[in-house]
Design a binder for this molecule. Structure first.
Ligand code: AMP
Length: 305
């Protein structure tokens, strides 16, 4: 694995890795996995999907200050580059792109991206500037690293919708691939922020996944009212401070009254100082509802090693 800190080095390292790789009939040339580091099995699942589908895997590692609307959240975000580079190498990453902020942003730059409608609800409403920050950094990565496919988690459902829309609107020649949420064995969605919680806070945080699963069960039983599904999420637990629970369209993140199309039921809640988001996806195959609750780990996450 090559560790590089500039866009141009990342592109040449990926091209060299491509020429060294052999075979790969039907594989994409370069797959990109954008991350903010402090890797867990959620990130590793994106890497392994990219590994299966692409000849070269580039992972970016950058804690993007522009997407944190609260500076204390940025300061507290867990970081450990050595740990991450070892995990990335073991997982089969070819190029680890870890830029300093001066490589990502120039003091003189003036372009911004407004994601518009898809970014007005839920996370967009509660975190002013967040999606503008995500859009700008992701656009730079999509434009600057030469990948044909980029892998993102369904864990950040609205972010995935926003990125798909942006890549389509700006005609990026790149396929956006959404991957299932990986969960700890008790259901808690994996997040680098999980390490910031005490054991009691972690226990309280389980209200979120339990609530979403209760709602998913109700949907499988025929419930279609968004209001009732959202109520099913919060009914079970008051161990967390709920910020929002909404049913949203997968296509444009608009809020829905009824479960009548591909959508996701998303929740945000805080436990102490830690803000968490989670969701379940509702897919419609041949008119039938299929719930994607994500994938449970069988053993404790590497986050706690
Ligand atoms: P982050 O480092 O949190 O910005 O996340 C980098 C990528 O990993 C994003 O596409 C996330 O959606 C994805 N991701 C984060 N947590 C999970 C998870 N538990 N399961 C699947 N993907 C995840």
């Amino acid at each position: 694995m090559r560790v590089v800190s500039s866009f141009s080095e990342a592109r040449s390292a990926a091209t060299e890795a491509y020429h060294r790789s052999n075979g790969g009939e039907g594989l994409a040339a370069i797959g990109l996995v954008p991350t903010m580091g402090f890797l867990h099995e959620g990130h590793l699942s994106l890497i392994s999907r990219a590994r299966r589908e692409c000849r070269v895997v580039t992972m970016s590692h950058y804690v993007n200050p522009r997407q944190f609307n609260v500076s204390s959240d940025f300061d507290r975000y867990p970081r450990s580059f050595e740990r991450d580079s070892q995990l990335a190498a073991e997982a089969g990453v070819d190029v680890l792109f870890a830029p300093p902020t001066s490589e990502m942003y120039e003091p003189t730059e003036s372009t911004s991206i407004r994601p518009g409608r898809v970014a007005r609800t839920m996370e967009g409403a509660g975190r002013p500037g967040h999606f503008e920050g995500v859009a700008l950094v992701v656009a730079k990565l999509l434009a600057g690293l030469g990948a044909q496919r980029a892998y993102f988690g369904r864990k950040d459902a609205q972010q995935l919708t926003m990125i798909r829309r942006m890549a389509r609107d700006l005609r990026f020649p790149i396929e956006i691939v959404g991957c299932p949420t990986i969960r700890e064995s008790d259901g808690l969605a994996l997040s680098s922020r999980n390490v910031l919680m005490s054991a009691q806070e972690r226990e309280a945080a389980l209200d979120i996944s339990r609530g979403l699963w209760a709602a998913a069960l109700a949907a499988e039983g025929g419930e279609r009212s968004a209001e009732d599904l959202c109520h099913a999420v919060t009914a079970g637990g008051d161990g967390v401070a709920w910020e929002y629970v909404e049913l949203a369209d997968q296509d444009d993140a608009s809020l829905l009254d009824a479960l009548d199309r591909p959508s996701f039921l998303a929740a945000a809640a805080s436990v102490g100082e830690v803000r968490l988001i989670d969701n379940v996806f509702f897919d419609m195959g041949g008119g039938h509802l299929a719930v994607d609750r994500g994938i449970l780990l069988q053993s404790p996450s590497l986050l706690y090693r």
